[in-house]
Design a protein around this ligand. Structure first.
Ligand SMILES: [Zn+2]
Length: 198
């Protein structure tokens, strides 16, 4: 399998995300046949447009239901809103691009791209945070008619292409969100909704 276009690169990462999401939800230690099938089916389906990514509204709903906490460290103190994709690089100043961040993470991250900052800290982003980021990146690439552009020739983009993961760690090393979300007390359908990546 060869990845050449920007669309393929983003779809591959998104398909890996679905694979990871499924494994975490199933509490699997390692990826198995089911997860590899989810990945290959979704990757193919996204590329030939028989499947689509889930709406950002799902992520917004989740944001409203989850307790307010820093999306990078889980702290509940001194929260402010942070742009996942920096506005100075062209990230939107809309709810889709806004997450909670504590004062400490905010001042450490500054105006950097969230993924770039996490890569610098050697941290793999929580799956649902990455899902929001990838949806935004795919949306912007579609709007700019860039999905068929060879990624090597892509113009400067608001999001960070180099920080978008193409290989994912084993599920035992990943987490869905910075704090546990599938706990007793959380409505049962939340975990279900969170599990619907595609
Ligand atoms: Zn924080």
């Amino acid at each position: 399998m060869e990845i050449t276009t920007l669309g393929e690169l983003l779809h591959w990462s998104y398909a890996n995300l679905a694979m990871a999401h499924s494994a975490i939800t199933a509490k699997a230690e390692k990826y198995g046949r089911t997860q590899f099938m989810i990945r290959s089916r979704l990757y193919k389906g996204l590329n030939n447009q028989t499947m689509s990514i889930g709406p950002l509204a799902d992520d917004e709903r989740l944001k409203m239901v989850l307790p307010q906490a820093c999306c990078y460290c889980g702290s509940r103190d001194y929260l402010s809103v942070d742009h996942l994709i920096p506005t100075k690089r062209g990230g939107a100043n809309t709810g889709d691009n806004l997450v909670w961040a504590c004062r400490s993470c905010n001042s450490s991250k500054c105006a950097r791209d969230a993924l770039v900052w996490l890569v610098e800290k050697n941290q793999f982003p929580p799956i649902l945070l990455l899902r929001r980021y990838l949806k935004l990146a795919i949306e912007m690439s579609r709007e700019g008619n860039l999905m068929d552009t060879p990624f090597a020739e892509a113009p400067e983009l608001p999001f960070s292409l180099s920080a978008i993961p193409q290989a994912f760690p084993q599920p035992s090393q990943l987490r869905l969100w910075v704090v546990e979300i599938a706990q007793p007390g959380v409505p049962g359908d939340l975990a279900h909704k969170a599990a619907q990546v595609a």
